[in-house]
Ligand binder design. Structure first.
Ligand code: ZN
Length: 236
């Protein structure tokens, strides 16, 4: 079995993809959509099945405004690959399967147990620009972490958060606020550099990272060891 995931698109095109995880989260997701629309930008929203079930109309608004929806698991529980359950909720909104999936906590191992994640039509997507907006309260810090990231280039995929997996309503509404405050300047800064802000469905994803099983059924490549280390960091 081979697991394949993408961190970026073609480097020779001036396209960048903004991605937003853990929603939908009304009204924060709507605020993000409004900023995107006002600047002619498209975004990709990696949503949680449990929030789509709770706020189906918020998920519908993402689609109605021409943005992309991807699968980001159902409950966002570490080590649980419940992408199939999420897909049922999202499929009700989209009327077709999702094309893109991002493993929660970038825990790609969970994909191996999900027929939806491993289906040949699904693209598993990481990011090459990770400003860690969820851990920052100063909009300027989010802006700078994004625009000054050394990996930022044509084909970049930027990971932001319009929600959180937490069931704490106050936290879920408060946490995305610094990112939302920074977002207009992030988009303006990227567009000033000549980047077109596209949905993942407009970006040709290239150079996937591939995990292959060895003859003992183990995934032993350096990328896997790196992913295990990153996962350890995420749990702290
Ligand atoms: Zn997430």
């Amino acid at each position: 079995m081979t697991l394949k995931y993408y961190t970026h698109g073609r480097r020779d095109q001036m396209k960048v993809a903004l991605t937003f995880d853990d929603g939908p989260n009304p009204p924060r997701t709507d605020q993000v959509i409004e900023i995107l629309d006002s600047r002619g930008a498209r975004g990709t929203f990696f949503v949680l099945g449990k929030w789509v079930e709770r706020w189906p109309q918020a998920a519908e608004r993402i689609v109605k405004h021409g943005h992309v929806i991807g699968n980001h698991s159902h409950l966002h529980h570490i080590h649980v690959g419940d992408f199939d359950r999420a897909e049922a909720a999202i499929g009700n909104i989209l009327g077709r399967p999702t094309q893109f999936l991002r493993a929660h906590y970038f825990n790609f191992f969970t994909c191996l147990y999900s027929p939806v994640a491993m289906s040949k039509d699904m693209k598993i997507v990481d990011a090459d620009v990770n400003p860690a907006d969820f851990a920052k309260t100063d909009p300027r810090a989010i802006l700078e972490a994004t625009l000054n990231d050394p990996s930022l280039a044509g084909g970049s995929i930027i990971d932001l958060h319009d929600s959180t997996e937490s069931d704490d309503d106050a936290l879920r509404l408060a946490r995305p606020l610094p990112m939302i405050e920074a977002l207009p300047a992030i988009i303006d800064g990227l567009q000033a550099r000549g980047y077109q802000l596209v949905g993942l469905d407009e970006m040709e994803l290239v150079d996937p990272i591939e995990w292959r099983q060895d003859e003992r059924g183990k995934f032993g490549s350096p990328e896997v060891r790196d992913a295990i280390r990153k996962l350890g960091d995420a749990r702290q």
